[in-house]
Design a protein around this ligand. Sequence first.
Ligand code: FAD
Length: 380
Amino acid sequence: MIDFSLTDEQKELQKLAKEFAAKEIRPHAEEHDKHGKFPMEIAKKAFEVGLMNLNIPQEYNGTGLKVLDEVIIAEELSWGCSGISTAFAVNHLATAPVIISGNEEQKKKYLDMMTKELTFASYAVTEPQAGSDVAGIQSTAKLIGNEYILNGSKQWITGASVAKWFYVLAKTDPSKGHKGMSAFIVDADTPGIKVGKKEDMMGQRASATHAVTFEEVKVPKANLLGQEGDGFKIAMKAFDHTRPGIASNAIGVARAAMEHAIEYSKTRTSFGVPIAMHQGINFIISDMACEIEASRLLAWQAAWAIDNKIRNTKLAAFAKRFAADTVMKVTTDAVQVFGGYGYSNEYPVAKLMRDAKIFQIYEGTSQVQRLIIAKEIFLR
Ligand SMILES: Cc1cc2nc3c(=O)[nH]c(=O)nc-3n(C[C@H](O)[C@H](O)[C@H](O)COP(=O)(O)OP(=O)(O)OC[C@H]3O[C@@H](n4cnc5c(N)ncnc54)[C@H](O)[C@@H]3O)c2cc1C
């Protein structure tokens, strides 16, 4: 049976997130965007009301929510501001590999930590020379006695300056390509770690993104996730859990842009009528509504599948690809509906268009999603 209705609990969560976004996020979005200000105060409030670390199981004092619950919340928070919501939702990406592959001791230490007090963690995979081509990373980890010695440079690491620990991918056997990659939990205060300056980004400017270097960093053997050689598999599996949420963040931004476009089109007049009366404008808005709805169905389906232990790699790539391309189109069209005013930073849609672009880039570009989909079609 197919049922698209939300449970009472899901409706409550959606309401909580919606109200939080309207009261605590949206009113501060412009200021955080303008000054590239990290939303620490907002994160504190989100933590207090239970809107952070939604993916952590109850055994580790988490909410025990399902991915479907997470995506419902993600859409609302990003509707408020995706730069602000990304600043605290990045914890999902860092903790997903630990939830998937950590042993009991690792989970107790690193997941419990996230729920006790406001704590951030980062996912450190991308390198200056390798983003889409994850197997092309050059960081190495060499086992000497009971410690791995980690060396390498990471690039574009969201939340690095506030992270208490990093999920790091490095090569333990460079001769084996992606099968020689291993995953580690690395405490951020370990000597040899340097976090670079905050990147000056086009959009999602509230979120802090940095380069990170690891020089002769000693990582206890106990912090290896899974077995040596499991790193690539763990990193990719994590995306099956997180991509539906990224898709929903994109949907939240697209919905915000559409709502602004609808309101504006009712009040702006041209040729004696509100521009909403022109078929050229209401076709744009019809397409926005239709593509947002389709994106949401894909995101919910991908989330539902993983919650029901159904392999969702293709569905998660569908959702991420479609929602990312949709938010770019919808926000660009929202600027179009606003005409010249859309191009001004005094109106909200310019920021939304800048924020939208990253969805086609991080957690796998739109091209990479297409590669995944094609691989699923032709090679499975
Ligand atoms: C704001 C921001 C936050 C980020 N946060 C994180 C983070 O927290 N942790 C982390 O590890 N990384 C993070 N990233 C990195 C992000 O995941 C990478 O930028 C992304 O995967 C693309 O890698 P790249 O930048 O090296 O581009 P490249 O891999 O060099 O790609 C360049 C272009 O070529 C295309 N391309 C590459 N290979 C192919 C192919 N085979 N076929 C077709 N087209 C191809 C790409 O789609 C892209 O358009 C972040 C990036 C940004 C900008």
